[in-house]
Design a binder for this molecule. Structure first.
Ligand code: DGT
Ligand code: CA
Ligand code: CA
Ligand code: ZN
Length: 589
């Protein structure tokens, strides 16, 4: 018997649906829907089909009709499916890689492959890109200039890792969730609505959005949910649950229960799965069995909970903040009452990573707003202080003397601002490049013009671990270098973190009193939560910064807070919760 993963099977089913669409969408519309639905269901199933087959339990697989189940059996028995081969034989295999690119449907992909005679699935994405750049797509019937540009952009994004199935960044998932909550609350049958799953736990990337509703009329609520105007299709509908797909292949799951079960519902669907499994094992030892409906006692009666706190307390545990629910020791800590008091957004008194549009002729990008505008936003956010940290002047385009003069002039500007603006204190920083050899992009006398510096890596990301670590430590050892910005360099869905010996870096930061940045930019969220938790064991300090290039970016602070919380950080761990005086002491330490 051959073996296939759920992902491989789902992929094959989608190819069959695509081939039907290309052949005759109207004629095969039921088949297309059935194959798409089966693919959705298999892809999101928690159980592997190969395990179901081993248990002779393929019938348990929801959302898959009898004929597709037979095809799956054939696939495992013989390694191929005759019917699939029949459907697929008229479509070039070069069509399918194009279907992973955002905005590419089967018909568009087929037309391009057909018209330009593209037959190599390995090179087809590059081939289409080249043809688009040569301007040959615009003249094709049904395409045009705009769609040619859209194709180029979509392939650019695809190459950055944005496939149709990639996980959402927090900002996008929050927006989807908020829009959906507003829509749901318009239905009078909805008593309360909550965001759950990984989004409530504020994980840095989100697979799908989970929403819970308390209601005395689940059917009406599910009907309302299924009529959501921006849905692409409904993929599952039961008595108390339903799932829909929005455009861009984003999934939203809804669960509806009556209010007296709200506590256990919130607990269960917040997860994580790992936390729930560990909690269930812990409860089992006390003779309790947990579910989304409540806690079943030894005598078989079901105890229900209207609040999540009561649920945890009944188990002898303190309520656990959602950000900690990853089975990383939180259950033991809740039992011993040693859970951390996590840092909150209201604890934040300033932000050190701010790029204004001050004309510094930088090595990298300049901000969009003036220093004055950034200060106004800081005041609105109730900050006590704000640090300006434009990139250092480019060393390729200036002599050291020119850079020194640029910085002298900038210091004058900052002095003036300090005179005229008494409500927010200003910290004079720069974001200074750590060059490949570990030295800083600024000379010592230039560094002396600053209160402190943020240092960071913006080149040669792929050097070996030891080289990278030595480079960072050397850059950080300058007395003015107090903060390491976006320490791993990762960009979510597009750039892997660079290789760093984290233990060595953490030990160095502790020893030399350097802070690691938690960068709040939604596609950075760097240092990552797991590493924050490890770094915290070294008793290192962190700074939560927004890396703002415009005033509106200053509102991203909550994303950084979520990373700090997931790393178990308390207020005392975060430098920018300090009062101004304490901050100055820390800078001068
Ligand atoms: P995601 O969507 O991949 O970002 O991650 P989650 O954590 O939102 O996962 P999801 O959407 O599959 O499920 C939401 C929550 O429902 C999950 O965190 C815990 C609960 N849950 C789902 N499936 C299971 C399961 O098989 N066992 C247990 N104990 N809990 C589950
Ligand atoms: Ca989810
Ligand atoms: Ca889900
Ligand atoms: Zn920056």
């Amino acid at each position: 018997m051959k073996s296939f993963t759920n992902e491989e099977i789902a992929r094959l089913l989608r190819q069959v649906a695509a081939a039907y669409t290309i052949q005759n969408e109207a004629k095969y519309r039921f088949q297309i829907l059935a194959y798409q639905k089966a693919a959705d269901s298999i892809e999101t199933s928690a159980t592997e089909i190969k395990d179901l087959l081993a248990d002779n339990a393929l019938d348990d697989l929801p959302g898959v009709g009898a004929s597709i189940k037979n095809h799956i059996l054939e696939l495992f028995n013989t390694g191929a499916v005759t019917h699939f081969e029949d459907v697929l034989k008229n479509v070039s295999p070069a069509v399918f890689p194009l279907l992973d690119i955002p905005s590419f449907g089967p018909k568009k992909a087929f037309k391009l492959v057909d018209k330009f005679n593209l037959n190599d699935p390995i090179t087809v994405v590059d081939d289409v890109y080249k043809i688009a750049c040569e301007g040959k797509i615009a003249s094709l019937e049904g395409f045009g200039e705009k769609s040619q540009n859209d194709i180029k952009r979509a392939i650019d994004e695809y190459k950055l890792g944005k496939t149709k199935s990639s996980r959402m960044v927090l900002a996008m998932a929050s927006e989807i969730s908020n829009t959906m909550l507003t829509y749901l609350r318009k239905d009078k049958n909805v008593l309360q609505a909550f965001t759950l799953g990984s989004l409530r736990r504020m994980k840095s990337t989100i697979g799908d959005v989970d929403i819970a509703v308390s209601s005395n009329n689940p059917t009406a609520v599910l009907d309302h949910f299924n009529s959501y105007p921006y849905k692409d299709r409904v993929i599952e509908r039961g008595d108390i649950t339903s799932s829909i797909i929005l455009s861009g292949n984003k999934q939203v799951d809804l669960m509806v229960l009556t209010p007296e079960m709200l506590g256990s519902l919130l607990q269960h669907f917040t997860g994580s799965k790992e936390h729930n499994v560990a909690l269930r094992e812990y409860a089992l030892k006390k003779g309790y069995s947990l579910s989304e409906k409540g806690i079943k006692l030894k005598d078989g009666t079901l105890k229900t909970f209207t609040s999540e706190k009561e649920f945890y307390n009944f188990l002898g545990l303190a309520w656990i903040p959602p950000e900690l629910r990853e089975n990383q020791g939180e259950i033991e800590a809740a039992l011993k009452k040693t859970l951390p008091t996590l840092v909150e957004i209201d604890d934040i008194k300033g932000d050190f990573h701010i790029h204004s549009n001050y004309a510094i002729e930088p090595s990298h990008d300049l901000g969009k707003n003036t220093m004055e505008e950034m200060l106004i936003r800081a005041k609105e956010l109730n900050y006590e202080y704000l640090g300006f940290s434009e990139h250092n002047p480019s060393i390729g385009n200036h002599t050291e003397q020119e850079i020194y003069e640029i910085l002298l002039k900038r210091n004058k500007k900052i002095d003036q601002l300090r005179m005229s603006n008494k409500s927010v204190r200003i910290i004079n920083l720069l974001e200074v490049d750590i060059l490949v050899n570990g030295s800083l992009a600024l000379s010592d006398r230039c560094m002396e013009l600053l209160d402190m510096a943020i240092v960071s890596i913006h080149s040669s990301f792929r050097n070996p671990t030891e080289e990278m670590t030595t480079r960072i430590l050397k850059g950080l050892s300058h007395p003015k270098a107090k903060i390491l910005a976006h320490p791993s360099g990762r960009l979510i869905n597009s750039r892997a973190p660079y290789e760093v010996d984290w233990k060595r870096l953490f030990a160095f930061a502790k020893e030399n009193n350097k802070a690691l940045e938690i960068n709040s930019w939604p596609t950075r969220l760097d240092l990552q939560d797991i590493l924050v938790k490890q770094a915290r064991d070294y008793d290192i300090k962190f700074v939560i910064n927004t890396d703002s290039h415009a005033t509106s970016h200053m509102d991203n602070m909550p994303y950084g807070i979520s990373v700090a919380k997931r790393g178990w950080c308390e207020r005392k761990d975060i430098i920018n919760t300090y009062s101004y005086d304490k901050l100055i002491d820390w800078i001068n330490q």
